[in-house]
Design a protein around this ligand. Structure first.
Ligand SMILES: [Zn+2]
Length: 330
């Protein structure tokens, strides 16, 4: 009986996940670089102008996106290979775009593992770790969970900074069947900033390429111009933002030593490092006379800056969980 109770307790603990644990004086940014909100642009169904119009446009702004191609519909893998090399994420949207809720277990297994394997072998670098469910219908979750770390649905919500449903991450549809003006897109991003949330946009057709619910490139240009001007959004691929969210929620900082010259700490997250390896942005209160503080992780210099707020000096730096000890020096 006692044994059963212990097992139940472990089960509950595992399901809840580990909570973030930080010593006094530390804070992990809700989103990379202390951005007010995260924004991801995801493109489904590999329509022609996603490659010839949309990606070059996003790249002009320095933004990277996520592509969810249907693998049986791909006619030119070089386009996807090039997009991946440019830093865009290539995710899974199945082999043939079935309704996953209406096919049997074997067919779903084939659609998911088959498209994932095809993408990984064709692209040759990087993993296919996230899925956008065809028609936004989820199917059997245990199969999805075996192959992917996160899944995108289409419920039109902005995701909270504490979002915990890895396989039910909401997106907002754009184009003539959804939000279709720069103002409407901007407003969603403003809402995301107010709630420190994560706004995921879902795009299909671009201009006149024949894709579902097209959005025009001038609308996107106007919207992206404002996003960049505001400067408080973290625009990044779906999988990258998901990693950050998950790592932040599981991060544990342990201060291993601290004196007048030097602070040593470890940053861990208990997650699989082959799937979760994004830098987290961390701030730490430091003595006011540490004007030229420097930060290293595993002996290498890392990006950092210092600032004073209400008379207290802080150092802000990026570090990857489980990637070696961190040292802050006077
Ligand atoms: Zn689709």
């Amino acid at each position: 009986m006692k044994r059963i109770k212990i097992l139940i307790a472990i089960g509950v603990f595992t399901m809840a996940g580990k909570a973030q644990s930080l010593p006094t004086g530390y804070e992990i940014a809700t989103w990379y670089g202390f951005s007010k909100a995260a924004v991801s642009y995801t493109f489904d169904d590999n329509t022609p102008k996603q490659f010839t119009v949309a990606l070059p446009l996003f790249e002009q702004f320095g933004y990277r996106t996520t592509l969810y191609p249907v693998t049986n519909w791909v006619t030119d893998w070089e386009q996807l290979k090039k997009a991946s090399a440019m830093g865009h994420e290539i995710g899974c949207h199945s082999q043939s775009h079935p309704n996953l809720g209406s096919i049997d277990t074997a067919a779903q297994e084939r659609e998911l593992s088959g498209s994932k394997a095809t993408i990984e072998s064709q692209i040759g670098s990087g993993k296919c770790t996230t899925i956008a469910y065809p028609y936004c219908i989820t199917g059997q979750m245990d199969i999805t969970q075996r192959h992917f770390v996160a899944g995108r649905i289409c419920s039109g919500q902005i995701n909270a900074p504490t979002h915990a449903e890895d396989y039910l991450i909401s997106s907002i549809s754009l184009g003539d069947q959804g939000l279709n003006t720069p103002e409407a897109l901007n407003q969603k991003c403003d809402e995301a900033a107010t709630m420190n949330g994560w706004c995921v946009f879902l795009l299909h057709g671009i201009d006149d390429d024949g894709g579902y619910s097209p959005i025009t490139s001038p609308t996107l240009t106007s919207h992206l111009t404002r996003i960049r001007e505001q400067g408080h959004f973290w625009v990044a691929p779906f999988g990258q933002v998901f990693q950050y969210l998950k790592q932040r929620q599981n991060a544990i900082i342990t201060e291993t030593s601290s004196n007048k010259q030097r602070i040593e700490l470890t940053l861990t997250d208990g997650l699989d490092n082959t799937l979760f390896n994004q830098p987290l942005t961390i701030t730490k209160a430091i003595p006011n006379n540490w004007k030229k503080a420097s930060v290293t992780q595993n002996g290498q210099n890392v990006t950092y800056k210092t600032h004073v707020n209400n008379g207290q000096r802080y150092v802000v730096f990026d570090a990857v969980p489980d990637a070696g000890g961190i040292v802050i020096k006077k």
